[in-house]
Design a protein around this ligand. Structure first.
Ligand SMILES: Cc1cc2nc3c(=O)[nH]c(=O)nc-3n(C[C@H](O)[C@H](O)[C@H](O)COP(=O)(O)O)c2cc1C
Length: 190
């Protein structure tokens, strides 16, 4: 389904080093959840999608600050993550828990996610990350946004699960695709 049209990001965002991303990463991602968003706003006003995620990580790979995320093939967001070079990870205050639960339960195939969740999609222009983050889609209500450039994607191979119990996560055999992104910038509200 066509998603809500994105608005240009306003001037409230301030770029920071990813090392200033506050708190325990486990608390922030696993417990706090995040929205993974990808899209191409040049191609159409509603050509993006978002989903809630609690599996992922932040760190370093190939000498770059990196983010890691995992998306099942059944997610509508998956096609957008595959088709676009940029993705964002948006973090929210606790009061947005219901909005994140909505984005983690409903699919953008069937509904206007931002409208349903009460979120405002925004797109960044050339003014952030030295122009490398132009076109990245995230949300005005986020407290922090990490913008990433996709570096690598790989499907989990069940033959390589070293603990057979992992298979219990996949009754439908819908093994996640892992994405590694270079962290281009961390944005916080000024
Ligand atoms: C707390 C929470 C965490 C989730 N984490 C993930 C995740 O890491 N990877 C994933 O593929 N799906 C995850 N999901 C499921 C998707 O968010 C959910 O299927 C969503 O409806 C997909 O939306 P879409 O079809 O619009 O992409 C999570 C859901 C919740 C509620």
């Amino acid at each position: 389904m066509e998603q809500k049209a994105v608005a240009a990001a306003d001037g409230k965002w301030r770029e920071k080093n990813i090392r200033d991303f506050g708190g325990s990463t486990v608390r922030r991602i696993s417990d706090g959840w995040m929205l993974i968003t990808a899209g191409n706003t040049a191609a159409g006003k509603g050509s993006w999608n978002t989903m809630t995620a609690s599996w992922g990580g932040l760190g370093e790979l190939w000498g770059m600050d990196a983010a890691f995320m995992f998306i099942r093939p059944t997610r509508h967001t998956r096609a957008f993550a595959d088709a676009n070079s940029l993705f964002t990870l948006s973090f929210f205050d606790e009061k947005y828990r219901t909005a994140l639960a909505f984005c983690g339960e409903k699919s953008g195939r069937d509904c206007d996610k931002a409208a349903g969740a009460g979120l405002t999609p925004i797109v960044f222009g050339g003014g952030v990350a030295g122009g490398r983050a132009a076109g990245a889609v995230a949300f005005a209500e986020a407290s922090e946004i990490i913008i990433c450039r996709k570096l690598y994607a790989h499907d989990f191979d069940p033959a390589r699960f070293l603990d057979p119990a992992i298979e219990q996560n996949y009754p439908q055999k819908d093994y996640h695709r892992m994405y590694v992104g270079e962290v281009l910038t961390l944005l916080t509200v000024k």
